[in-house]
Design a protein around this ligand. Structure first.
Ligand SMILES: Cc1ncc(COP(=O)(O)O)c(C=O)c1O
Length: 453
C-alpha cells in the first residue's frame, strides 16, 4: 500500500486537474493525500492524524467513518444501483427522503427536486425562477440579484451569482442577467462613524434603489446564503433579512435561500432561514444532506411555485429540466440514513450547544492584536485577521497571513480553511466535535495567529 501511495502521490499532478487549486503549487509540493478518516479526524499518507475543523468542504456534518452510511449505500446499490427519474419514473428511497425533507423544511416549502451538487441546485433554482415568471406572463423577469462576496458554486450560472471575483477572472462571466448588491458585512463595509443600524438602512436602501433603477418587472429572484460561507462567514445585521423579505415580496421577486452550507444543522437548527428571519420561496441544499458521503442536492420549492409549474407542464408537455442522476436511489438512501443519525444522536441540539461553546472559546482570540472580529453562529465561525484593530485595516495580501496560519496549524495537526481575499480563517467542523477537540482547535489557532504578530 505505502509503495503504491508513494507512486500515486508522484503521479497525481501528471493526471489530475484539481478543483480550485494552484497547479504551480501542486507541481512543487505534490498533493495532500488523505487515505482514511474517523470521527472528526482525517489521516494522511504519512499516518498523521489531523483534526478536520472544516468537515471536508463544510459538509461532513455527521463525521467520518459512519458504517451506517456505508451500509445504506451498499444495501441500496445491491437492490437498485441506478434508475432514472425522468418521465415520471421513481424509486422508494427518493420518495421517502423527499417526504422527510419536506417535514423538516422551513414553512411553505413543499416539494423537492434532487440533483447532485450545490452548483446544479442553484442552476435548477435559477431556471425555476425564470420558468415561474414566464409562465405567469412576466417574461421580462430574468435578472437575478446576488451579493458581493457570495459563493453559490462554479457552474457557469452559479459562478455568475458568485460574487468572489477570482472565480470570474479570465472566464467570460458573470453572465449579464446578474445584478450585484452589497455584501452585508458591517465590520469591513461600514462607513466612518456609521452605526450597524445605519449600515443596515444604507444596504436596504441600496437594494430598493437597485430594484427601482432596473425595474421590478425585470427581476426574477434574489439569491442569498443566510450566513455567507466562503465569502468570509458573514452574518448580516439584525433586521436585514426581515426587511429584505418584505421588499422582495412587495416586488414579486423570489427569495432563494442558498442553504448549501447552513442547512442540516450547521447553525444549530435544521435550516438557517427561520433562524435568521428569512421566509424563502425556494431553497438550495446539498453538502450536509449526505454529510458528503454521496453527491446529492435538494432544491426546495413552495406550493404556489409548484402550482405554476404544474400549469406549465400541462401547457408544454412536461417540466423540461433534470439530470441523469436526479433522485439517485443510492444517494437518497444515504440521505435517509444520514438524517437518521441526526435524530438518533440529537445532533441539532448538540450543534447548538457545542456552537455556543466554540464561540465562547474563540472570544479569547480577540486578545490578540491581529484578530479583529469573531463571526458566525452554531458550528460555523470566521476569525477576522487585521493589521490594525482601531482602523480595521486588513493585513497586506502579499504577506499571506491566512495561509501562514493555516500551514502552521496543519503542522500542529489541525485543518482550518483560509479565506485569503477577506483575511479570514473559517471553522466549520463535523457537528459531532467534542469540547476537548474544540479546546485543541482554539489553542492551536491562538498559538498560530500569535506567531504572525
Ligand atoms: C453556499 C454554497 N452554495 C453552493 C455551493 C456549491 O456547491 P458544489 O460545490 O457542491 O457545487 C457551495 C460550495 O461550497 C456553497 O458553499
Amino acid at each position: 500500500m505505502s509503495q503504491n501511495i508513494d507512486r500515486l502521490i508522484k503521479k497525481d499532478a501528471d493526471v489530475v486537474l484539481h478543483p480550485a487549486s494552484s497547479i504551480t503549487a501542486l507541481l512543487e509540493d505534490g498533493p495532500q493525500m488523505i487515505v482514511e478518516a474517523k470521527g472528526c479526524n482525517v489521516i494522511d499518507s504519512d499516518g498523521r492524524e489531523l483534526l478536520d475543523a472544516v468537515a471536508g468542504l463544510w459538509c461532513v456534518n455527521t463525521g467520518y467513518g459512519r458504517t451506517e452510511l456505508a451500509d445504506a449505500m451498499k444495501n441500496a446499490a445491491e437492490k437498485l444501483g441506478y434508475y432514472h427519474s425522468f418521465a415520471n419514473s421513481s424509486n422508494p428511497w427518493q420518495v421517502e427522503l423527499a417526504e422527510k425533507l419536506v417535514s423538516l423544511a422551513p414553512e411553505g416549502l413543499s416539494k423537492v427536486f434532487f440533483g447532485t451538487s450545490g452548483s446544479d441546485c442553484n442552476d435548477t433554482l435559477i431556471k425555476i425562477a425564470w420558468h415561474y415568471h414566464v409562465l405567469r406572463g412576466n417574461s421580462k423577469k430574468i435578472k437575478i440579484i446576488a451579493r458581493e462576496q457570495a459563493y453559490h458554486g462554479t457552474s457557469i450560472s452559479s459562478a455568475s451569482l458568485t460574487g468572489l471575483t477570482h472565480f470570474h477572472s479570465d472566464f467570460p462571466i458573470p453572465l449579464n442577467f446578474v445584478l450585484r448588491t452589497d455584501c452585508p458585512h458591517y465590520y469591513t463595509g461600514a462607513l466612518e462613524d456609521e452605526t450597524e443600524e445605519e449600515f443596515c438602512d444604507r444596504l436596504i436602501g441600496n437594494i430598493e434603489q437597485l430594484i427601482e433603477k432596473e425595474s421590478a418587472d425585470t427581476i426574477a429572484a434574489f439569491f442569498a446564503e443566510p450566513i455567507m460561507g466562503a465569502g468570509g462567514v458573514i452574518v448580516p445585521p439584525p433586521g436585514y433579512y426581515p426587511r429584505l423579505t418584505k421588499i422582495l415580496k412587495d416586488n414579486d421577486i423570489l427569495f432563494v435561500a442558498d442553504e448549501v452550507i447552513c442547512g442540516y444543522g450547521r447553525l444549530g437548527n435544521w435550516f438557517g432561514s427561520p433562524q435568521l428571519g428569512i421566509e424563502p420561496d425556494m431553497m438550495a441544499s446539498a453538502k450536509g444532506l449526505t454529510s458528503g458521503y454521496f453527491p446529492l442536492s435538494a432544491a426546495y420549492i413552495s406550493q404556489p411555485i409548484w402550482e405554476v409549474l404544474k400549469e406549465g407542464s400541462q401547457k408544454l408537455g412536461a417540466f423540461f429540466h433534470g439530470y441523469t442522476y436526479s433522485g439517485h436511489p443510492v444517494g437518497a438512501a444515504v440521505g435517509l440514513a444520514n438524517l437518521e443519525i441526526f435524530e438518533k444522536e440529537n445532533l441539532i441540539a448538540r450543534a447548538k450547544e457545542n456552537g455556543i461553546y466554540l464561540h465562547e472559546q474563540l472570544q479569547s482570540l480577540l486578545n490578540l492584536p491581529n484578530v479583529g472580529e469573531i463571526r458566525g453562529e452554531g458550528l460555523i465561525a470566521g476569525v477576522q485577521l487585521v493589521a490594525d484593530k482601531s482602523s480595521r485595516t486588513l493585513p497586506d495580501a502579499a504577506a499571506k497571513i491566512p495561509m501562514n496560519v493555516t500551514k502552521l496549524m496543519l503542522e500542529k495537526g489541525v485543518i482550518i480553511r483560509p479565506l485569503a481575499t477577506v483575511a479570514t480563517l473559517a471553522i466549520s467542523p463535523p457537528l459531532t466535535i467534542s469540547k476537548d477537540e474544540i479546546d485543541r482547535l482554539v489553542q492551536m489557532m491562538s498559538e498560530s495567529i500569535a506567531a504572525q504578530v
